[in-house]
Ligand binder design. Structure first.
Ligand code: 8YV
Length: 313
């Protein structure tokens, strides 16, 4: 028997946070298939602590665990967490903000450079011997271009800082104009799309932003415009994007996220004006350690009778 309280683990953590979790809790590793997960959770109804990913915490979890004291989520996004159910059950939900800002901003610039300067295509060009027959087609400069950021939150501001290093002009779209922000504000995303050379999407996912980037916005972005999505696949109308890339309605895209991950439509992969990555915005050893440690810090705080460190509401 152990004196440590149970903690159901619904996400994967790296070695250091895992060791810290085991030092404080009796860790119950849940199966990954949703149906099996729910059965597993229901089989441990006295559990007070849950470590999850922000991608999957349905209402049933809150209903199945009446003694729950915290759901500590790995990741800044929590669009898969049923927040009304959490509030109804009076359970705090935490995420891992800030510790990933720099990493996601670095990834964004990588996707901007990849999409506009076509570095992944350049790599293929050298490897497949195409260079022996002539040079790669010229690409588009990034420096001194206009970047429109949809969602100027903490990560969006870190991206803007990077883009300023590239002498880019910055605009942003959001619900309201922010005080003390020197960038050009757009109240309509299509207006920003028409203005910018590269549209960077870094809004939260969920119902409020579903298909925010639709055919109208893509048309406004235009045949010289690029889209970079680093937030959630749900924010972009994927069939409309495929059509825009196919017909040249936009110039290209850099996509780290997709509507139905890890499945990426063949029609998208068939296109040479799109650069893809497997949702790696925060995927470095250092950042994933920091995120995992914050997941554990939140659990320990609540276990010790303190307030959670980074609650989402
Ligand atoms: C994580 C992310 O990979 O933080 C987020 O919201 O999308 C990524 O940093 C993801 O949440 C892991 O579950």
């Amino acid at each position: 028997m152990t004196n440590k309280p149970d903690c159901i683990l619904l996400t994967s953590l790296r070695a250091t946070p895992t060791a810290r979790l085991h030092a404080e809790f009796n860790v119950l590793v849940a199966p990954t298939a949703p149906a099996e997960r729910l059965a597993f959770i229901k089989a441990h109804p006295d559990t007070r602590f849950v470590a999850a990913s922000g991608g999957w915490v349905p209402a049933e979890v809150f209903q199945a665990l009446p003694k729950l004291e915290i759901v500590s989520c790995f990741g800044v996004g929590y669009d898969g967490v049923d927040i009304p159910a959490a509030k109804a059950a009076n359970v705090p939900v935490t995420n891992t903000p800030d510790v990933l800002n720099d990493c996601v901003a670095d990834t964004t610039m990588g996707m901007v450079l990849g999409a506009m300067r076509k570095f992944p295509q350049a790599d293929r060009f050298v490897r497949d011997g195409s260079w022996l027959k002539g040079g790669q087609a010229l690409t588009t400069s990034v420096h001194h271009k206009k970047m429109g950021i949809a969602g100027l939150g903490r990560i969006g501001k870190t991206i803007a800082k990077r883009a300023q290093g590239f002498d880019m002009e910055i605009g942003y779209y959001g619900r309201s104009k922010q005080a003390d922000v020197p960038f050009k504000y757009f109240a309509d995303i299509a207006d920003m799309a028409a203005w910018c050379d590269v549209l960077v999407v870094i809004t939260p996912g969920g119902a409020a932003t579903r298909n925010m980037i639709d055919a109208r916005v893509l048309k406004a972005l235009g045949p010289k415009g690029y889209l970079v999505n680093i937030s959630r696949g749900s924010v972009v109308d994927e069939p409309a994007l495929i059509e825009a890339l196919k017909t040249g309605a936009i110039a290209g895209a850099g996509l780290d996220v997709f509507a139905d991950e890890p499945r990426v439509p063949e029609a998208l992969l068939a296109l040479d004006n799109v650069v893809v990555a497997p949702h790696v915005g925060s995927a470095t050893n250092e950042t994933r350690d920091a995120m995992g440690n914050l997941v554990v810090d939140n659990l320990i705080a609540v276990k010790n009778g303190k307030k959670p460190l980074t609650p989402v509401y």
